[in-house]
Design a protein around this ligand. Structure first.
Ligand code: ADP
Ligand code: MG
Length: 622
């Protein structure tokens, strides 16, 4: 038999690696500027054209490279920053993989000019798609200049995948902000299509924030300073009255490296609890210093996700230091709190009027046999609470009517939910106004994930997990009166780590509200009872899943513990995709879903039902 395994040629290997390192012009900017910072530059100039698609050019006054190093820098795994494997864990420089330049050169036209400070002549190298087409001595300024032109010129599929120039430019700006914030001691100049966008002089962090985001910021900032054995946290958060609708200016850095972390974001938002209205966001610029050995920056190729050894204690420290910072500046929800933002509307100012809230449903119509019938939109979180529907009973006519009206629904564009906008949901219950009843057919489960059900004007597909999520969530919000709980025959025990105790202490009361009965000792949790909805689920696994959901929850906005637990538990209790359902169970889902507070939208804002009309089906056969 002949051998079939071959080593990939270098230029192909580089192209593959490029896929990891370089997604778009902004990634090129990041890699180049980080190299400039590692080279000890005090001034970095950046020229970008067409959002970076045509050109990203970075010029620095750093150490520069010798002729040999200049050539070497394009080799894969060529780096001056790591010498032994152990160095990986004690990283203080930005780069370390030694693959950025090789990757970039594999998919662009790169011109490198570089000179050491004590040399007279520098080196110029042109590298196009991993081929060095020119190398010669040149006279140039000390430091390094790297111009990256025509990104993805040889990978059309990736080039087509890039956004409009504007989109790419925004990403370039985001990246630039991150780096410029992390290095206020470095002077930066940024030009786009020849226009000077930023000229940032050497400064401190506060000034740098103001230089970038505007002088309004000066009065908004509250300093944070906390030093403990495991982490030092410094930086700024904004005063609560400057909370806004978008969450763009949220920056975490660890050892001066930008990273994203929903868990820590939640810690910050938590510190603002009671100070800002739900759905609003605050800006923050927070820097963590930790021993390099206690983080792993290697988890993500583009390095914006970072694993912390001690993330739970850091969460607690972060939350309390932000709270303290806000407290020291005597920031409480007092008179200077913008009344328009308040959850308890304060008295009106002179001459002010109140706008009637817009409610997008017919308040007179209720298809359910309900004892309470004025649905209201609860504003406690981004999710829709079901309080107004607390005693709904499924009504046969209701779903039949829905079934009869799939076509009208299509015209009403029920399918237009934006999966991304979880903040601004309104209750749209178009299915309520139906007239024609039809005979109900047996539902079918598809791919252990969707429930398909025929309706008069076509069929509907229900996402089984999202539907269950809605049902479980509603049960919890309605069960304030009577908690439905089942005692375990024999209690089970969940081992917990010592450092987790405070976490469990915080959430146990909330878990008990939804049907758990738990007793905490130092190193374990005794599970005495679980919610009835848990069915045959393993109680330990269920609790672990809730804890995990809690940490990873999308609901990172200003959501209280109680609500977070409801959402996490509802999600953990829901029947996930992959679980087979009997016909009876599917009918149960359909019935209960349509009696729920919001059959169309899961508590995470995602669409539950998709309708396919007869017309659409007919079109496919034409
Ligand atoms: P890494 O940064 O991971 O080491 P790169 O591919 O980004 O890998 O760069 C390879 C090497 O090229 C670096 O280790 C450094 O020695 C050199 N280099 C790259 N850019 C510069 C620069 N702007 N100034 C000086 N040296 C540089
Ligand atoms: Mg690098």
């Amino acid at each position: 038999m002949s051998e079939v395994i071959k080593l990939l040629p270098d230029h192909i290997a580089n192209q593959i690696a490029a896929g990891e390192v370089v997604q778009r012009p902004a990634s090129v900017l990041k890699e180049l500027v980080e190299n400039s910072i590692d080279a000890g530059s005090s001034l970095i100039q950046i020229h970008v054209k067409d959002g970076g698609k045509t050109l990203v050019h970075v010029i620095d006054n750093g150490c520069g490279m010798s002729e040999v190093d200049a050539r070497m820098s394009f080799e894969r795994h060529a780096t001056s920053k790591i010498k032994k494997a152990d160095d990986l864990f004690e990283l203080s420089t930005k780069g370390f993989r030694g693959e950025a330049l090789a990757s970039i050169a594999a998919i662009a036209h790169v011109t490198l000019k570089t000179r050491l400070h004590d040399e007279e002549l520098g080196t110029e190298i042109i590298n196009e798609g991993s081929k060095i087409t020119q190398q010669e001595p040149t006279s140039c300024q000390a430091g390094t200049s790297i111009a990256v032109k025509n990104l993805f010129f040889n990978v059309p599929a990736r080039r087509n995948f890039l956004g409009q120039n504007n989109t790419e430019y925004r990403k370039v700006l985001d990246e630039f902000h991150r780096i410029a914030l992390a290095h206020p001691d470095v002077e930066f100049i940024l030009q786009h299509n020849g226009d000077e966008i930023y000229n940032l002089k050497k400064s401190n962090l506060r000034q740098r924030i103001v230089q970038i985001f505007g002088k309004n910021y000066n009065q908004r900032l509250v300093p944070i300073n906390e030093e403990t054995d495991i982490v030092k946290i410094t930086g700024y958060v904004v005063k609560p009255e400057y909370a806004k609708n978008s969450k763009d200016q949220t920056f975490f850095f660890v050892n001066n490296r930008f990273f994203k972390d929903r868990y820590f974001h939640h810690a910050v938002m938590n510190a603002y609890e009671g100070l800002i209205p739900s759905g609003k966001h605050v800006s923050y610029f927070l820097f963590f210093d930790v021993p390099t050995k206690s983080i792993d920056v290697n988890v993500h190729p583009t390095k914006t996700e970072i694993k912390f050894e001690e993330n739970r204690p850091i969460y607690a420290i972060l939350r309390s230091s932000v709270k303290q910072g806000l407290g020291q500046y005597n920031i409480a929800p007092t008179i200077d709190f913008d009344p328009e933002l308040g959850f308890n509307p304060p008295p009106l100012k002179k001459g002010e009027t109140v706008a009637v809230p817009e409610v997008k449903f017919n308040p007179d119509y209720n298809p359910f046999k309900s004892t309470e019938n004025t649905p209201s939109k609860s504003g406690t979180t981004g999710a829709i609470s079901s309080k107004g529907f607390s005693k709904l009973v499924p009504d046969q006519d209701a779903w039949e009517n829905f079934y009869g009206d799939a076509k009208e629904e299509e015209e009403n564009q029920v399918t237009g939910f934006d999966e991304e906008t979880e903040d601004s949901l309104t209750i749209t219950s178009e299915f309520e106004e139906k007239e024609v009843a039809v005979e109900r057919k047996q539902p079918i489960q598809i791919n252990a994930k969707y429930i398909l059900s025929a309706v008069k004007s076509g069929f509907i597909l229900i996402d089984q997990y999202r539907a269950h999520f809605r049902i479980r969530y509603d049960e919890m919000t309605e069960s304030e009166v009577s908690v439905k709980s089942q005692k375990l025959l024999f209690p089970e025990y969940l081992e917990i780590d010592k450092f987790e105790t405070s976490f469990w202490l915080e959430i146990i009361p909330e878990l008990e509200k939804i049907g758990f009965e738990l007793k905490q000792t130092e190193e374990q949790l005794e599970i005495i009872a679980v919610p009835i909805a848990a069915g045959l689920k393993n109680p330990k696994k269920l609790l672990e899943e809730i804890a995990l959901e809690y940490h990873q929850s999308e609901q990172i906005e200003n959501t209280g513990v109680e609500e977070m637990i409801r959402l996490s538990a509802a999600s953990a209790l829901a029947r996930k995709g992959g679980e087979l359902l009997t016909t009876e169970e599917m009918n149960y889902v359909i019935d209960t879903l349509f009696a729920s507070s919001s059959p169309q939208i899961a508590p995470n804002g995602k669409k539950i039902i998709e309708t396919i009309t007869l017309e659409e089906i007919a079109k496919r056969f034409s």
